[in-house]
Every structure is written in structure tokens, then in C-alpha cells.
Design a protein around this ligand. Structure first.
Ligand code: ATP
Length: 203
């Protein structure tokens, strides 16, 4: 099979499965990884189009005194109703993607044949998988995911399972994945699987 150079890879996975661990390992290998969480934070920096869109909808009460976004207030709005959450997501999704594309374009100017990994928790839910060359899905047993979330976030087993079950199930995501990376295993074995996915794309 011929491998296209400069592939755009969508990396995703449910809470506690190990997506961030995979992303960090890819960075260690020298792969360029774009983080959707970072981009969504950049998308609402002062003077950004994203922040302007939020102010247009919610007024200046969404801002702190210095003009930055009041994240606590935005969280209150998001958790107040499913409609508001959807509205905020619809406002912030386009500028976030635009930013990621701009960062990717910049990188491609320097390294046109290198792969770019888009690390996006809601890759499939938001339809972003449709503009990826490949989708890599990190999965792990629910029990293991819950144990990791409990340890990392210092929460109860019940809270961990609520978070896991509030997301799209892993088995529904598998049909969109070109590669499924299993992480109910040691870090060493997990890293090896990630390496096997990326090795063929590197110069
Ligand atoms: P989230 O969506 O919540 O960020 P995630 O899929 O990105 O989840 P990670 O942050 O990569 O998950 O992993 C969750 C926790 O489990 C982290 O503390 C990480 O160090 C740990 N972890 C991940 N994989 C392994 C593994 N194979 N062995 C031991 N610990 C692991």
C-alpha cells in the first residue's frame, strides 16, 4: 500500500482512554500535534473573533474587568441548558478549526511531507473526522478508563462512570476509525502501537 506523505490524522478517544498520552508520545517522536483544547482557548483570547461572537450573544457580562473571557461565567452558561451549550459550541467551533488550519498551513510551509495530527476529543461527534485522511481511535476497557479518571481527577467511581457514559460509546466510534489503538495495557505496549501507526508516515 502506498502511503500519502503529509497526511492529516485525527486522533481521538473517550475520557481516560489515553488520547493525550498518545499525543504526548507522538510529540516526543517529533510529530506535529495540534491540540483542539489549546486552539479553543486561543479562539477566545482578547480581540479574537470568537470572543467577539460570545459578547454579541451574551453581552459584556461574559468578560472580566481586563477584557478577558470570564471562563467561570461561560461554564455557568454552558451548564445551564443543552441549548446554550450547543449555541456556544456553534459559535466557537468555526474559529477553533480556522486557527488549527492556520497553524497547520504554517507548519506545512516548513514541512510539507510530514504528517500533522489533530488531537480532538469530539472529532467524530463534531463531524471533523470527515476532513481527516485517517482517524486513529484510542480505546480501553471502561473499568480501566474509570480507574485512570479516578486517579487523575481524584473523583469517585460513580463520577468517573457518569463522565464515561455521558460520551458517545467507544464501540460506536470504531466504525469511523482507520486505526484502533488499544490501551488496556502497559505504557510501553501502548507506545509501541502508536509508533507502529506513525512509523510509515515519517520521512
Ligand atoms: P481525557 O479525554 O480525559 O483527557 P485521555 O484519553 O486524553 O482522557 P489520558 O490523559 O491520556 O487520557 O490518560 C488518562 C490517565 O491515565 C493519565 O493520567 C495517564 O497518565 C494515564 N494512562 C494512560 N495510559 C496509561 C497506561 N497504558 N498505563 C498507565 N497509565 C496510563
Amino acid at each position: 500500500m502506498t502511503v500519502k506523505k503529509g497526511m492529516r490524522i485525527g486522533l481521538t478517544g473517550g475520557i481516560g482512554a489515553g488520547k493525550t498520552t498518545a499525543a504526548n508520545y507522538l510529540r516526543k517522536l517529533g510529530v506535529y500535534v495540534l491540540d483542539a483544547d489549546d486552539a479553543s482557548r486561543m479562539a477566545v483570547e482578547p480581540d479574537s473573533a470568537g470572543l467577539a461572537a460570545l459578547v454579541l450573544r451574551y453581552g459584556r457580562r461574559i468578560l472580566l474587568q481586563g477584557g478577558e473571557l470570564d471562563r467561570a461565567r461561560l461554564a455557568d452558561i454552558i451548564f445551564s441548558s443543552a441549548e446554550e451549550r450547543a449555541a456556544v459550541e456553534a459559535l466557537l467551533h468555526p474559529p477553533t478549526i480556522q486557527l488549527m488550519r492556520a497553524l497547520e498551513d504554517d507548519y506545512k510551509k516548513r514541512c510539507p511531507t510530514a504528517p500533522v495530527v489533530w488531537d480532538v476529543a469530539l472529532l467524530i461527534e463534531t463531524g471533523m473526522h470527515t476532513f481527516m485522511d485517517e482517524v486513529w481511535l484510542v480505546v480501553a476497557d471502561d473499568e480501566m478508563r474509570a480507574a485512570r479518571v479516578m486517579r487523575r481527577d481524584r473523583c469517585t467511581k460513580e463520577q468517573a462512570y457518569v463522565r464515561i457514559y455521558s460520551q458517545m460509546p467507544q464501540y460506536d466510534k470504531i466504525k469511523y476509525a482507520d486505526k484502533v489503538v488499544h490501551n488496556s495495557t502497559t505504557l510501553e505496549e501502548f507506545h509501541w502501537q502508536v509508533y507502529s501507526c506513525v512509523e510509515r508516515l515519517l520521512d
